[in-house]
Design a binder for this molecule. Structure first.
Ligand code: PMV
Length: 376
């Protein structure tokens, strides 16, 4: 599929004049990381992630057809409320998102929107909410598209286009539409993979990876000093960029086999190496920066100690921050949970942590729609 397949040409705004759609959409955690991109949000290498479940954003998009129509060359009209409060400072990001997606969903300027959003995790937890937030909004926009041109759209197209739109808001958001394992970025060995949207891992997932756990240890709840936008940009002139992109693509091939075979030991090696390679890129860019904190390293060392003592299949990964994602199979949850509580949460900010598990992607909760009345 190409970009033009996502341009909506046939639609009738009178089919939805006043209503709302609500989606609950999770975050995701990359096993093989995306770090480095080209315009417009095209990844330099393929990535693969576990879709999460407990860390989600709940978004309602209220829409009302503008009275003065047709609308030509006007502005997007929207208000945004986050956790009940009006947020003017969130507007530029949404404005940019609307500008980027407008050519694919040309009905946006026909409506006045109110966006109401909340997260299941604390806003200041250091957990990036862009993946769950942008994917939830993209799904809401797609539900509106479905009301306007409905009948012909398959679920497969709906999900692909939602992922395509979410990507234009935040790259990793395109991996939050569906579960349980999503690949984003062209890769010769992953059938159906694309730079434009995320696709479900096309092979059988071994039982060992069913209900895999991700306990997120909140080491630092402050805003990151370097945004991922800046981090991605720093890959443009990075001395190790090409080797890194090659390494990630090779790791996709390896992890694909590992996931099919259920090889937990090899899984651990790839996942931890990926996390440290991501942070190595940050430490070797110009300017360089470090997002890990002393407690991040303490946790990593504790995990290594516990693993060598017990042979447990526990490992860590990191995203662009100091928090540690502790990954482990369902069959080992009791011993690992005890270890986390007894030995790791002391390193968390105010002992905060979140127990999450592999999930299935977005869920549509409510659709309300009044159609245009004659004489409106
Ligand atoms: O989607 P962005 O632009 O916030 O970038 C996400 C980058 C990482 O979280 C570090 C890695 C990834 O693949 O999710």
């Amino acid at each position: 599929m190409t970009e033009t397949d996502f341009i909506l040409s046939n639609f009738d705004v009178s089919k939805a004049s006043n209503g709302s759609v609500t989606w609950k959409t999770p975050s995701n955690i990359a096993l093989v990381k995306y770090w480095g991109k080209q315009e417009p949000q095209i990844p330099e290498n393929a990535s693969i992630s576990f879709t999460l479940d407990a860390c989600f954003t709940l978004t309602t998009l209220e829409f009302r057809l503008k009275k003065k129509r047709p609308v030509t060359g006007s502005e997007f009209n929207f208000e945004i409320f986050f956790e009940g409060e009006k947020k003017e400072d969130f507007k530029p990001k949404i404005q940019k998102f609307f500008e980027r997606i407008e050519q694919y969903v040309p009905f946006l300027k026909d409506y006045d929107f109110i966006i109401k959003s909340r997260n299941s995790f604390p806003h200041s937890s250091g957990i990036a909410s862009s993946a769950s937030g942008m994917s939830a909004l993209a799904l809401c926009v797609m539900s509106l598209e479905r009301l306007l041109n409905g009948a012909e759209m398959t679920d497969e197209y709906f999900n692909k286009k939602a992922s395509f739109l979410a990507r234009l808001g935040s790259g990793s958001a395109c991996r939050s539409i569906e579960g349980e394992l999503i690949v984003w970025g062209n890769h010769t060995e992953i059938e159906g993979s694309s730079n434009l949207f995320g696709t479900k891992f096309p092979f059988k997932i071994h039982e060992n990876f069913k209900n895999y756990h991700d306990t997120i240890l909140l080491v630092d709840e402050d805003e990151k000093q370097v945004s991922s936008t800046v981090g991605h940009q720093l890959m443009n002139n990075h001395p190790f960029a090409q080797q890194r992109f090659q390494q990630a693509n090779d790791n996709i091939s390896k992890i694909s086999e590992i996931i099919q075979k259920g090889d937990l030991k090899q899984f651990i090696k790839i996942v931890e190496s990926e996390a440290l390679s991501l942070h190595a890129m940050m430490m070797t860019s110009n300017p360089y920066f470090i997002l890990m904190k002393p407690n991040t390293l303490k946790i990593i060392n504790k995990i290594w100690e516990f693993r060598s003592k017990t042979n447990a299949n526990i490992c860590f990964t990191l995203d662009a921050g100091a928090n540690v994602h502790v990954l482990f199979p369902e069959s080992e949850k009791e011993s690992v949970n005890n270890f986390i509580i007894n030995e790791l949460i002391q390193f968390c900010y105010k002992k905060h942590y979140i127990c999450d598990i592999i999930g299935n992607g977005g869920t549509q909760l409510i659709v309300k729609n009044e159609q245009l009345k004659i004489g409106y």
